[in-house]
Design a protein around this ligand. Structure first.
Ligand SMILES: [Mn+2]
Length: 424
């Protein structure tokens, strides 16, 4: 389904006067409103194919109906989001769930919605039907060379699918690790993983990147072979200039200082990808900004500061993606909320008075430093975000329009109540 441009225009017309009032107020309060709006309009966040259906937990899954049944329908769903907010202009695929049978057709369909293909994701955390060897005891780290070879070959196959679609990055997240003390020799597991990654790295086209994602725990609960940013940085440093660390907000131990991690990775030129979500206890994969919005702001503040220090383009310098799961919400509504939270936080980070903050730091004026950050965080920037959407042809209130257009009801009508997206 499509949301007609005229429907978006009618929606915007009704809200325009109210929006303009709010915009005029904030534009008078901040120095560079026009510049911020342009940066917001350029900023695109990739949606992963697996976020379009109900995730579930290990206890159960309660699908809401109308979920995409194939890759084409996943592209359609992201196209709908992008029509509404003009900020979801990329899709991230997971192989083997999303193997395109006709890549040129899939590429054309995505282009029709203005979507590009973001990083490709491999999957060696499950066994697939017909697979010769099991990944029960790991993949790239495995003690058996034949199993490592199978996992390497899968990653190279993912690169091939990505080339056909015009992607330019591979994200490797490994479930590899151990559940009990003594199960693994840590150094051997690291060396096996490094050698496997080196073979995958050798298969990357010249203009491709590989992102090595780390995670502290789960599904292995004693050790993880890429367990934290230090281990990821070790791998990516040894691999070479096309290898980068990927930070997923939910993949840290509780209370980790993620803003400091991204700052140092940016300094080293080794931050490549970023996965947004939120959590209270572990890798909860909740809606971005729903639990710890101030932490997200502090992270964005370091991202903006660190990227500016390196002269990086905010929109294209890193691979931005939402990596969340939806157990009780409509997945598309959840994604609209996540994108909104990302845009608001990015706008607030752009508001930080860098000069004043640097002066406060230089003078050990701790109070002013905090005031500078919290002034930006407490500024209501929603009208700036809405203005960026309006400028790009999106809806002033995407979630409201999604509901009044009865998008989910239409998707259920088209696809049925009992649909399950591949991979879920
Ligand atoms: Mn992730």
């Amino acid at each position: 389904m499509n949301i007609e441009k005229s429907r978006i225009a009618i929606h915007n017309d009704v809200l325009l006067a109210t929006h303009q009032r709010s915009f005029d107020y904030i534009a008078g309060e901040v120095e560079n409103a026009g510049d911020i709006v342009n940066k917001l309009a350029a900023f695109q966040v990739a949606i992963p194919s697996w976020a379009l259906g109900t995730g579930g937990t290990r206890f159960g899954r309660f699908p809401g109906g109308g979920e995409p049944r194939c890759l084409e329908e996943k592209i359609t769903d992201i196209g709908l989001l992008h029509q509404l907010n003009q900020s979801s202009g990329a899709i991230s695929l997971h192989i083997p769930w999303d193997i395109p049978s006709d890549p040129s057709h899939i590429k054309a369909l995505a282009a029709q919605y203005g979507l590009r293909f973001d990083a490709m994701n491999s999957n060696t955390f499950q066994d697939q039907p017909g697979q010769v060897f099991s990944y029960k005891f790991g993949s790239l780290q495995h003690v058996n060379k034949d199993i490592r070879k199978q996992a390497i070959a899968h990653n190279i196959e993912v690169i091939r699918h990505g080339i056909a679609l015009g992607s330019d990055a591979l994200t490797v997240w490994l479930a590899d690790g151990s559940c009990f003390p003594g199960q693994l020799n840590f150094r051997q597991a690291f060396q096996h993983t490094l050698e496997s990654l080196q073979e995958i790295y050798a298969a990357l086209p010249d203009d491709w990147k590989i992102f090595v994602e780390y995670k502290a725990a789960e599904p292995n609960f004693y050790s993880t072979t890429v367990g934290d940013w230090g281990q990821s940085l070790l791998y990516t440093s040894k691999l070479g200039p096309k290898a980068f660390t990927l930070v997923d907000l939910g993949h840290h131990l509780p209370n980790a200082n993620i803003e400091q991690i991204v700052s140092l990775l940016l300094m080293e030129g080794k931050l490549g990808g970023f996965h947004f979500n939120d959590s209270k206890y572990g890798d909860d994969d909740l809606t971005v900004g729903s639990i710890k919005p101030y932490q997200l702001f502090l992270i964005f503040n370091e991202l903006v500061e660190g990227m500016d220090a390196k002269g990086m383009n905010h929109a294209t310098g890193l691979g931005w993606m939402i990596d969340a799961s939806h157990n009780v919400k409509d997945p598309l509504e959840d994604l609209l909320q996540s994108i909104e939270a990302i845009m608001i936080t990015y706008a607030q980070a752009l508001l930080v008075d860098r000069k004043k903050l640097a002066e406060a730091q230089q003078n050990n004026d701790v109070v002013t430093a905090q005031e500078v950050l919290q002034h930006a965080f407490r500024t209501d920037v929603r009208a700036l975000v809405a203005a960026a959407r309006l400028q790009a042809g999106g809806a002033l209130q995407p979630l409201a329009l999604y509901r009044t257009e009865k998008v989910r009801e239409q998707l259920i009508h088209e696809r049925g109540m009992k649909t399950v997206a591949t991979g879920l």
